[in-house]
Ligand binder design. Structure first.
Ligand SMILES: O=C(O)c1cc(=O)[nH]c(=O)n1[C@@H]1O[C@H](COP(=O)(O)O)[C@@H](O)[C@H]1O
Length: 280
């Protein structure tokens, strides 16, 4: 399998740089006229698969909204990942895992390993136990052609207190970017995007500049959640990411999902948002 970074670049140039989120929270499920139970979850999630497969670059299911229904909810999530994979649409599983040592190794094997039950193409991970604590996942992703998106500057305002903190002249966010740059070095040498991406919210304003983050030099794909419901716009993406905007995969959930439950309207809304985004 080709490396995730290369597959992502292809998908973004074919479909536009949009990641459509599947976030079946109670309010949205009920707004589609469905009951908020396992059957409603399944109907919601499979409608999203029908609408998004083959139409957007990437689909990102939010694990929490499946886990809330226990093992049967997780089985629905696995079906979503499998069906999107069979349709050739890239998936990012948003599970924000992060731990140490043998526990991180087990998370890596669960989501990225060759024997994983329903592996996504990439996984979101948290580096706040230290970037190097993610090493088992970084190494396994590189071996299996999968990717990671490492939290760097999250879209929520509370993130600043941790992520902007400075030690020895370097912010926490900049140290995460430095880590990803090291792991993307060989892709950068080939002029490609690496497979170790970063999560930087579409709502972070001037923080990328203020903290001196060299995203172009890091050759890192950037997942930018917060487009739509959290206030991020195509214009704010241009302003926030500047020269790195072509590396950005904008992520939007509620703004697209509000167009359901009719699959054709949902698909049309996703395509509309994708077409509004900055492209190469
Ligand atoms: O990793 C993420 O996707 C993520 C990171 C972040 O900084 N902010 C953020 O909102 N997200 C996720 O993006 C989704 C929110 O999408 P909206 O409904 O478009 O606001 C949720 O699944 C969040 O967990």
């Amino acid at each position: 399998m080709k490396a995730f970074g290369a597959r992502l670049e292809e998908a973004m140039s074919t479909h536009g740089p949009l990641c459509a989120g599947i976030d079946p929270h109670r309010g949205l499920v009920e707004s589609w006229g469905l009951t908020y139970d396992l059957a409603g979850l399944e109907r919601f999630a499979l409608t999203c698969v029908e609408a998004f497969a083959g139409r957007v670059a990437v689909v990102k299911p939010q694990s929490a909204f499946f886990e809330v229904f226990g093992s049967r909810g997780v089985a629905v999530l696995e079906r979503v990942l499998r069906e999107l994979g069979e349709a050739g649409t890239l998936t990012i599983l948003d599970a924000k895992r992060g731990d140490i040592g043998s526990t991180m190794t087990a998370y890596a094997e669960a989501f990225l390993g060759k024997d994983a039950v329903a592996p996504p193409d990439a996984l979101t991970v948290s580096p706040f136990l230290g970037y190097e604590s993610l090493r088992p996942a970084i190494d396994l992703a590189q071996q299996t052609g999968r990717g990671l998106f490492v939290l760097a500057l999250t879209s929520n305002p509370e993130g600043r207190g941790v992520q902007h903190a400075v030690r020895d002249g370097e912010s926490v966010a900049a140290s995460v970017v430095r880590g990803a740059a090291g792991d993307n070095a060989s892709a950068r040498a080939r002029g490609e995007l690496g497979s170790i991406g970063l999560v930087i919210g579409a709502t972070v304003g001037s923080a990328v500049d203020d903290l001196g983050l060299d995203l172009v030099g890091a050759a890192t794909p950037v997942l930018a959640p917060g487009v739509g419901a959290q206030g991020g716009t195509p214009e704010s993406l241009e302003a926030t990411f500047g020269a790195a905007r072509h590396q950005v995969l904008a992520s939007s959930s509620r703004e697209i999902l509000a167009a359901g439950p009719e699959p054709a309207r949902l698909a049309a809304q996703a395509v509309r948002v994708a077409e509004s985004l900055p492209r190469r």
